[in-house]
Design a protein around this ligand. Structure first.
Ligand SMILES: *[C@@H]1O[C@H](CO)[C@@H](O)[C@H](O)[C@H]1NC(C)=O
Ligand SMILES: [Ca+2]
Length: 328
């Protein structure tokens, strides 16, 4: 059985190696013009490349969209439109406050046509055009939807849809997952990957320094030239909603350049709008394995089975010898 321990060890090592390799690759493609990192302030009081609106406060170590006070709306918006087709956005955030059971409302990360407008949807305007990822800490609706809060969900809007707070947006969301990301001592991160019309959201909120898939959906169409942003709001309930960093990476597309489809230029759309009451969250908790990882798993499984078969065979033979000895 030691062989199993070895394979598990080798497997863990391989996975780690693959992750290190992956990170090394993406560092090369960090897009400075869409990135917010410390120190935030340039020379003077303004932040180059980023606008901040509403209650947003910039300090040396975080950008606070709202403080732990009632009725605040704040936002931060990249001034440069994004012309990258396949991208991944990493956001380090911190949601914390004095409320033990009552806190809210949460914050949102955006890729939208319009920017710098305050409003009721986690601090941004309603009937927006683009993609929203909501990190909703307060359950406005208790009952019909079968998930707990905090809840992370995605919504794609062509400007015609209203975000319904009373239903926590469950009637317009594309997909989502539960995640306990509030009041953590360690750093918390969310990754939003948009590649070949697939939207994938992953989280690192358990202090394990590893991504865990929240959901992924195909058939999401977003045009070029929209803006990244983050906004937050408090109402009767409050929390500190802090952004520590936002980093945009350019991804290579899977398709060879000559087969690459032309950039999408229509309004944002999503093939699937999930019916909230059919939502099975357990399915989504499984971590998807892809490419190298899957290959490594298969190879190690085969090695593991082979070793087991040999060990089993030896034990079987020994037992046979033993029983022979007994009966003769
Ligand atoms: C916008 O989206 C809604 C809901 O998905 C859809 O019914 C409508 O036809 C879309 N409008 C346009 C102009 O694409
Ligand atoms: Ca809510």
């Amino acid at each position: 059985m030691a062989a199993f321990t070895w394979s598990a060890f080798i497997f863990a090592y391989l996975i780690n190696f693959v992750q290190v390799l992956g990170e090394w690759n993406t560092e090369d493609y960090l897009k400075r013009e869409h990135t917010l990192v410390k120190p935030y302030q340039g020379s003077g009081a303004s932040m180059p490349l980023w606008d901040f609106v509403g209650s947003t406060l910039v300090t040396n170590s975080y950008v606070r969209l709202t403080s732990d006070h009632q009725s605040r709306q704040g936002g931060i918006w990249n001034t440069q439109p994004c012309h990258i087709k396949n991208w991944e956005l990493h956001v380090q955030f911190k949601v914390h406050g004095s409320g033990k059971n009552l806190f809210g409302d949460g914050f949102a990360i955006w890729y939208t046509r319009d920017r710098n407008q305050l409003g009721p949807v986690f601090g941004n305007r309603d009937f927006y055009t683009g993609l929203a990822i909501f990190l909703d800490t307060y359950a406005n609706q208790n009952g019909p939807h079968n998930h707990e809060h905090p809840y992370i969900s995605a919504m794609v809007n062509n400007g015609s849809l209203h975000y319904d707070h009373d239903r926590d947006g469950t009637h317009t969301m594309v997909s989502g997952c539960e995640a306990k990301f509030r009041n953590k001592d360690y750093d918390t991160f969310i990754a939003i990957r948009y590649q070949d019309n697939e939207l994938k959201v992953s989280l690192d909120v358990d202090g394990k320094n590893a991504w865990k898939e929240c959901f992924s959906v195909h058939g999401v169409k977003l045009p070029l030239g929209y803006f990244f942003g983050a906004t937050a709001a408090t109402g009767e309930l409050a929390d500190n909603h802090d952004i520590i960093s936002m980093k945009v990476y350019q991804l290579d597309t899977n398709a060879p350049a000559k087969y690459e489809p032309a950039a999408y230029s229509g309004l944002p759309s999503a093939d699937s709008m999930e019916a909230p009451r059919e939502h099975v969250s357990d399915e989504k908790r499984g971590v998807g394995l892809s490419g190298w990882k899957l290959l490594a798993v298969i190879i190690l499984a085969i090695i593991g089975l082979g070793v087991c078969a040999i060990v089993g065979f030896i034990i079987f033979n020994k037992n046979q010898d033993y029983s022979r000895k007994r009966f003769y």
